[in-house]
Design a protein around this ligand. Structure first.
Ligand SMILES: [Zn+2]
Length: 308
C-alpha cells in the first residue's frame, strides 16, 4: 500500500511574513526532513495537488466569501481577520490546499486502502462559512467531508482533529449534517474559546474533548481514543479524515499539550487500524497547525511512516 504525499508549490505563495507564526517555513520543513529519510521518501507517492474550484469551496462556504478571498488576493492581498492575512498568492495557495485534500479523497475511493497526507497551508479548521479566522481561509477538511458524500456517495464520514486548538470552523461547517461526525481534542481554556464538552451540535454529532495543557501525554491519547470509540459506537464510517495539527506536540509555541513523536505514531496507527476495520482503510490526513518548523517536519515523518 502506497501512501500519497500530496502538496503543491502554490501553498508556499500564501505570504504571511516571517513574523507570522503560520509562515512558509513550516511547509518547507517537511521536504527538508524527508531528505533525511531516503527510504520513506522513495516509498511515498508524490503527487501535485489540483486547485479546488469555487464550486467545490461552496460545498461549505458562502459564494460571496469565496469571491471576497479571490478578489482580495487579485488586488495584492490584505487583512481578513485579526490574525489572518492574504497575499497575492493566497487564492492559489488556499485552493491548492483544499484541492490536495480532495485529491486524497478521490484516490481513497479509487483505490481501496490508498491513504494520503496533504502537506498544505493555509490550514483550514478555524475557517467559517462566510469569514476567515485563525490563519485559515477555507475549511479544507470540512469541504472534503461534504465532497466525499456528494461526489463519491460516502454515507458516513468521521473527522478526527488533534490540533491543540478547537476545530470551531470544521464544527460549524459540518454540524448540520449528521452523517458527518466530528471529534476534536483541544486545549481548554485556549484559543478560540469554543469546544466545550457539552457542545454536541444540533444533531449530537460532535464530540468535543477539551483538556488542560501540561497533562501526561498518555492522558491525551486515551481521551481522544475514548471519544473516537463513542463517536463510532454502532456507527461505521466510510471515510476517515484527520485534521493533523502538530501544535499539540510538547514545546509548540502556540500550545501547551505534551505529545511526543511516539504519540503521533500511536494515534496515527490507531486510526489506520480503525479505518482498515471500518472502510477498507480509506483515510486522508491534512496538515493543520504546528508552529515549531523542525518539530513539525519530524512529526510529519512519523505520521507518514505510520500511515504506511
Ligand atoms: Zn492549532
Amino acid at each position: 500500500m502506497t501512501v500519497a504525499y500530496i502538496s503543491h508549490a502554490d501553498c508556499g505563495r500564501h505570504d504571511t511574513g516571517w513574523q507570522h507564526p503560520e509562515h512558509v517555513g513550516r511547509l518547507r520543513a517537511i521536504p527538508r526532513a524527508l531528505r533525511h529519510d531516503v527510504e520513506l521518501f522513495q516509498a511515498l507517492e508524490h503527487l501535485e495537488a489540483r486547485h479546488a474550484s469555487a464550486e467545490e469551496l461552496a460545498l461549505a462556504h458562502a459564494p460571496a466569501y469565496i469571491e471576497q478571498v479571490r478578489a482580495l488576493a487579485a488586488q495584492g492581498g490584505g487583512r481578513l481577520d485579526g490574525d489572518t492575512v492574504a497575499s497575492e498568492g493566497s487564492w492559489d495557495a488556499a485552493t491548492a490546499a483544499c484541492g490536495a485534500v480532495l485529491d486524497g479523497v478521490d484516490r481513497a475511493f479509487r483505490e481501496p486502502g490508498a491513504r494520503a497526507f496533504a502537506a498544505v497551508r493555509p490550514p483550514g479548521h478555524h475557517a467559517l462559512r462566510d469569514r476567515a479566522m485563525g490563519f485559515c481561509l477555507f475549511g479544507n477538511v470540512a469541504i472534503a467531508a461534504h465532497y466525499a458524500r456528494q461526489v463519491h456517495g460516502a454515507g458516513r464520514v468521521l473527522i478526527v482533529d488533534w490540533d491543540v486548538h478547537h476545530g470551531n470552523g470544521t464544527q460549524a461547517l459540518v454540524e448540520d449534517e449528521p452523517a458527518i461526525r466530528f471529534v476534536s481534542m483541544h486545549q481548554w481554556p485556549w484559543y478560540p474559546g469554543t469546544g466545550a464538552a457539552d457542545d454536541r451540535g444540533p444533531h449530537r454529532s460532535i464530540w468535543n474533548v477539551p483538556l488542560p495543557g501540561g497533562l501526561p501525554p498518555d492522558r491525551y491519547v486515551e481521551a481522544l481514543s475514548r471519544a473516537i470509540d463513542q463517536a463510532t459506537a454502532a456507527w461505521v464510517p466510510d471515510l476517515v479524515l484527520i485534521s493533523a495539527g502538530f501544535d499539540s506536540l510538547r514545546g509548540d509555541p502556540l500550545g501547551g499539550f505534551t505529545l511526543e513523536l511516539e504519540h503521533v505514531d500511536a494515534l496515527t496507527r490507531q486510526l489506520v487500524q480503525r479505518a482498515e476495520a471500518w472502510c477498507a482503510g480509506r483515510l486522508v490526513s491534512a496538515l493543520e497547525g504546528g508552529y515549531d518548523p523542525d518539530r513539525l517536519g519530524a512529526a510529519c515523518l512519523t505520521h507518514l511512516r505510520a500511515l504506511g
